[in-house]
Structure formats: structure tokens, C-alpha cells
Design a binder for this molecule. Structure first.
Ligand code: AGP
Length: 646
């Protein structure tokens, strides 16, 4: 949610900053802006809308400045207009600030500043920051004191560098409430870039005599893989000579950069028209990566005393487990519903799945034998982090075993989630750029297969032969996904033509494929802007069936297994209301072939493993309908990849 990027060093900053914004545009695209220190002044250019509007404004501009900050916005406070675009500056235009997050006490700070005569030029929460920094710089420099004859109320012991920009920022961040990350430059301190973090991500990249900062690593990996992640309550002073890190209390901290095992190619489209399509095609590889990371390929039924899964979780996590509660949002919530099915059906553990945004204000009563799992691909979703933080607080004061029963499932173990919970399952999907989650969903499902199988084996509640069959089935998944991609993409692209003007869609599934119906509907909604609903097929007759007529297509997932016949009957009920029926089902199922008007065939597959394959045609259908409608698939309107605000 909002992307921030900064540069200080020996090269012209603006090109690097624009390139960084391109990599971060998935975090928000309501407006963009850039500020540099040029000829002793802040030079700030901003534009409403997508990044290309800012690029057009900057076209032909020669800007040799070697320091700058830039921002891509997802609007929270104030409309997506140019006057609300970041960077924001102080009245004298000497200080420029960009922010990701929300300053919760901005109203009172704004009133306070207004009472001192400050005039605001935006509706944002961010604008209070440059004004407060300007005042702090002035006060530290003694100018205000001299003018007013007052004594400073800042304890001298806390002043690190009187009159420094760093100290002014430090004093101001201590007054801000909320979750935020900021970057600050000043025309009076042309060799300093200050960044601060309070519950919104900031990474710093280390080059040779040049340094980068950003909300996320894709903006930095083209230049360096040596990165340092700021923790909550830390700020850093970046100069061409190096980076110093301090706590918000003013204490100098020793931190060393780590090396990312990424390469810049991972954040390119590699010939695909959109990141989303590339990421859909990466799914066989994602499943393979998960199998390699967590499965013991040499395991056979004869090894039934041991688990075939290597999650490296401490055994205390599993001991006396009586309940699992999962918190997540969006697509991660759908993956968690599949996880619930697996944890209950394979491991026999009662499991509840909650929206993190609901859970944090109405948590279920906690029992000592409850494991709480937070699922978030980005590891930065504010609601999920807040729910887990609350869960951590609830457990504080109880025994260590109780406190340790917190687990995160994420694609970004280096994220805020990684700092919050004691145990992590890394989903190994690689960076996902498309705002609509695809490969990270499949990777989360793989994490749940691992966890459910490991728990089932630990509790000795799964028969060795069933386990062996499951493992064999999991090994076949990459090839089965490939088969669907190769044989069905063209067909689905053609099919999408029929729905370019469709207004409403219904997705049906039952059992373990009900969450896939929800996910199919969410994918279509978010990238094609078509209204879509996912339902458990058996619920249709209790109300939603009233929506059906010839204009509302129904997509039903019908996989042989416990609910196959039931789904086909429910589909017939929809057909009787003239709905066009599209079935995701194995080709050679005669009854299904007679039921559906259109079949998107998938391989025969164990029902328990089928979600990993049945979701693929639904992702492709959403993608091709949106592409056919000429929409911006990777950056759908009003959305952002990581929702770092409540
Ligand atoms: C998925 O397509 C969406 N963009 C969204 O629902 C997303 O899954 C949700 O915001 C949760 O994100 P997280 O997994 O990073 O926590």
C-alpha cells in the first residue's frame, strides 16, 4: 500500500527513482511523485494517476541531482488528486517527505500546526510531517528559541546532533501514532536521506558509494542484493559515505546487511503480456519448489514411524493440540479454508478460519491448546499482522509453550510477519507482482498439505497407504498443472470472448472445492470488474438461485469424489433456470459432459488434491476475460498488492 523509494549516491537520482517506482507501482497507482535536491532547492514533480503521467511530466527534464525520494500512492486520506500526491513539503519548501501508512493522530497534529499559523495544501495525513520536521529543525538550530526567548523542552541528553535533520526526524516520529514508513530529504542537508519505520516495511540497499531505500526489495534488486531491513521503531541516516541506524529513542544500533538470493530477472515479465499470466505459468515450478523444500522423496509406507515432511517446526508446537485457528485476508483466507478442510479431514484437528479484520475486534476465546496460524503472502497485511499481534499479547504471561503456538505461512519470511511470529513456513513462490494472487495461492495450498500431512503423521491418524497415495498424487501435480495450461489456455481465451459483456457470474463448488469457487469469483471481480459470487453449490437453492437467468453464467467445479453427484445435481438446478453452465471437470465423465453446456477439462485427480488443479482454469478465465475487456490486469483499479493499512 503505497510504494516509497529513495536514492543517495553518485548517479543522477531521478532515473533510478522512476525505475524503482515502476517496480513498486503494484503497491498503489492513484498518483506518483518525485523530489530531489537540485541547486540548493527541493525540486518536486507530482502527477495524478498512473506512473506514466509523472513520466510524461518529467520527459525531457535534465536533472543531475544525486539525492531524491519518490512515491506511488494508494489513496487513504484525501482524493487521488495531484495536490494530495506525495512528496509533501513544508511551507518554506526546504523539506520533502513521502509516507506509506496512516498517521492516526494527524488531526490533532494538524490542528496544533494550524494554531501556529501553518497553512495546509493537501487533505493528507502525511503533510503534518514536513511541517513538524521544519519546526523541529528550526528549534534545534535555536532559531525559534532565539525568536521567542523560550527554553527548549527537548531533553539535552536525547539530542544526538543538535540541528541535524536526523534528530529532527527522530523527534517527530516519536510524536506520530499509527503504522508508517517515511523518507525525508532537505535542501539544507543535501547529503542526508532519513528513513524511519513503524510497522510499515523499509529496506535499505547497499551499493558502492550509493544507497537505496524502498518499501520492497524489487525496487532495489536491479542495483544490489545487499539489503538491510529496518525494524519497527528504527530510523536510518543515509549519506554517500554509509548508513547509520538508530532507535526512535536515539540509540545507535549495529546492524549488518544480508544478501538476497534474488535476481533482477524475477521481477521482469519474461515475454508474457502480463505479470499475472507469467505467474500463472510459474505454478508448476512453485509446486516443484515446495515438494523439493519440504518432502522427503525417499519416504515409503515402510517408514511409517517417520513423517515424510520436513517443516523444521519444533515438536512442542504439535503437542496436545486441540484446536487450530487461522487468520487471513482475501486469497490467503481462501487458501486457509482449503487448509481447514485438510487439517480437519487428514489430521482430525478442529480448525476455524477467520477474517483477520473481524478477528482483531472479536477474537474467539483462547484455550492453551490452540495453535494460531497467520496466512499472508506479503507478510505485510495490516489486519493480519494486527490480529497476530493481538494474539501474541493475549498469550503473554502464559507459559512458553502457550506463547510459542503462533505460526506464520508467508511468501516473504523477511517481512513484518517474520518478525512477529516465532515460527514460519516459507511458501517459496518467488516474488509475485500481479496484484491478483495466483502462484502464491497455490504455494499456500502446498504449505497446508505439508502441515496437515505432518500433523496427521505426528498424531498417527493417517493410514500408511493413504499417505503413500497422497504423496504420489502430490508428485504428479506439477505435470497435471502443465497439462491444463498447455491444453486449455487457448480454449479458455476463446471462451472468454463470450463473456466480455457479461455483468454477473456465479461460481459453485462443494467440500474442498468450495473455497476454489470463492477464489474463482474473487479473481474475476478484482481484475475484470464483473460482479461474481462464489457459493457452496448446495446453498444455491436457499436464496441465490433467484439471481439466475440466461444472462448469468454458472461455473461449477465438479471433481469425482464425495460430492461429485451432488454438484452435478445442483448444476442441473441452475440449468433449469436457463443459466449457461460451465463445468471444470474431468473430460471423460459422461454424466458431467451431459450436464454442462461447456466443459473445461482437467485431469482425473484425487479429490483431496484437486484444488491445486481446479483453480488454474478459473485463474485463466478471469485473466482472459479481463484482457479481452482491455483492462489493466496487473494493476486493477482501487487495489494494491499489500494492504498495509487497516
Ligand atoms: C488477491 O488476489 C488479492 N489481491 C487480496 O485479496 C490478497 O490476497 C489479500 O490482500 C491478502 O494479502 P496477503 O496474502 O499479502 O496478506
Amino acid at each position: 500500500m503505497c510504494g516509497i523509494v529513495g536514492y543517495i549516491g553518485t548517479q543522477a537520482a531521478s532515473g533510478i527513482l522512476l525505475e524503482g517506482l515502476r517496480k513498486l507501482e503494484y503497491r498503489g497507482y492513484d498518483s506518483a511523485g518525485i523530489a530531489t535536491v537540485l541547486e540548493g532547492k527541493i525540486h518536486c514533480v507530482r502527477a495524478k494517476g498512473k506512473l506514466h503521467n509523472l513520466e510524461s511530466k518529467l520527459a525531457g527534464e535534465e536533472n543531475p541531482a544525486r539525492i531524491g525520494i519518490a512515491h506511488t500512492r494508494w489513496a487513504t486520506h484525501g482524493k487521488p488528486e495531484e495536490y494530495n500526491a506525495h512528496p509533501h513539503t513544508d511551507t518554506a519548501n526546504r523539506i520533502a517527505v513521502i509516507q506509506n501508512g496512516i498517521i492516526e493522530n494527524y488531526r490533532e497534529l494538524r490542528d496544533e500546526l494550524k494554531a501556529r499559523g501553518v497553512e495546509f495544501r493537501s487533505d493528507t495525513d502525511t503533510e503534518v510531517i514536513p511541517h513538524l520536521i521544519a519546526e523541529a529543525v528550526a528549534e534545534l538550530s535555536g532559531q525559534r528559541l532565539a525568536a521567542s526567548g523560550q527554553q527548549s523542552n527537548i531533553p539535552s541528553a536525547l539530542i544526538l546532533h543538535p540541528s541535524s535533520l536526523l534528530e529532527a526526524v527522530r523527534l517527530v516520529v516519536n510524536r506520530l501514532e499509527g503504522a508508517f514508513a517515511i523518507a525525508v530529504i532537505s535542501a539544507d542537508y543535501p547529503d542526508e536521506l532519513i528513513v524511519a519505520r513503524q510497522q510499515a516495511p523499509v529496506v535499505i540497499g547497499f551499493g558502492q558509494g550509493e544507497f537505496y531505500c524502498a518499501s520492497d526489495t524489487p525496487a532495489i534488486v536491479p542495483y544490489t542484493r545487499a539489503v538491510l531491513t529496518l525494524d519497527n521503531g528504527e530510523l536510518a541516516r543515509m549519506t554517500p559515505l554509509g548508513v547509520e541506524v538508530y532507535s526512535f529513542e536515539g540509540q545507535r544500533l549495529r546492524k549488518t546487511p544480508r544478501t538476497l538470493n534474488w535476481n533482477p530477472v524475477m521481477v521482469e515479465k519474461q515475454g508474457f503480456k502480463h505479470f499475472m499470466l507469467k505467474e500463472i505459468y510459474e505454478q508448476p515450478g512453485v509446486v516443484r519448489a515446495s515438494l523439493e523444500a519440504y518432502f522427503d522423496s525417499a519416504w515409503t509406507a515402510a517408514d511409517h514411524q517417520h513423517s515424510p515432511i520436513r517443516l523444521n517446526l519444533p515438536t512442542e508446537l504439535y503437542a496436545d493440540l486441540q484446536h487450530i485457528q487461522i487468520v487471513a485476508c482475501g486469497t490467503s483466507w481462501h487458501a486457509s479454508l482449503v487448509g481447514k478442510y485438510l487439517l480437519e479431514q487428514l489430521a482430525g484437528i478442529p480448525t476455524s478460519v477467520q477474517y483477520a479484520s473481524e478477528f482483531r475486534y472479536a477474537p474467539s476465546p483462547l484455550t492453551p491448546h490452540t495453535l494460531t496460524i497467520g496466512v499472508t503472502q506479503s507478510g505485510e497485511t495490516a489486519d493480519t499482522l494486527a490480529a497476530l499481534d493481538m494474539e501474541k499479547q493475549r498469550r503473554a504471561g502464559h507459559g512458553p509453550a502457550f506463547q510459542a503456538r503462533l505460526l506464520g505461512i508467508t511468501n516473504r519470511p523477511e517481512s513484518s510477519l517474520g518478525q512477529l511470529v516465532p515460527h514460519i513456513i516459507d511458501t517459496h513462490a518467488g516474488i509475485e507482482i500481479g496484484v491478483a494472487a495466483t502462484k502464491t495461492f497455490v504455494a499456500q495450498l502446498m504449505a497446508f498439505y505439508c502441515l496437515a500431512i505432518d500433523l496427521a503423521q505426528h498424531r498417527q491418524v493417517i493410514a500408511p497407504t493413504q499417505l503413500e497415495q497422497l504423496l504420489a498424487g502430490l508428485q504428479q501435480l506439477p505435470a497435471q498443472i502443465e497439462m491444463v495450461l498447455e491444453s486449455q489456455e487457448r480454449y479458455i481465451e476463446q471462451l472468454a470472448h463470450d463473456f466480455a459483456e457479461t455483468q454477473d457470474f456465479i461460481f459453485l463448488g462443494r467440500g474442498i472445492n468450495f473455497p476454489i469457487a470463492l477464489e474463482g469469483a474473487l479473481k474475476l471481480k478484482e481484475i475484470s470488474y464483473i460482479h461474481a459470487e462464489g457459493y457452496p453449490a448446495g446453498e444455491m437453492k436457499h436464496g441465490p438461485i433467484a439471481l439466475l437467468d440466461a444472462k448469468v453464467p454458472v461455473v461449477a467445479i465438479a471433481m469425482p469424489g464425495t460430492v461429485f453427484e451432488k454438484v452435478l445435481s445442483n448444476a442441473q438446478e441452475a440449468r433449469a433456470r436457463d443459466a449457461r453452465l460451465i463445468g471444470v471437470t474431468p473430460m471423460d465423465e459422461q454424466e458431467a459432459a451431459h450436464t454442462f453446456d461447456t466443459v473445461i477439462p482437467v485431469p482425473h485427480i484425487d479429490e483431496l488434491l484437486s484444488p491445486i488443479v481446479t483453480v488454474i482454469p478459473l485463474q485463466l478465465l478471469a485473466y482472459h476475460i479481463a484482457a479481452r475487456r482491455g483492462l489493466d490486469v496487473d494493476q486493477p483499479r482501487n487495489l494494491a498488492k499489500s494492504v498495509t493499512v487497516e
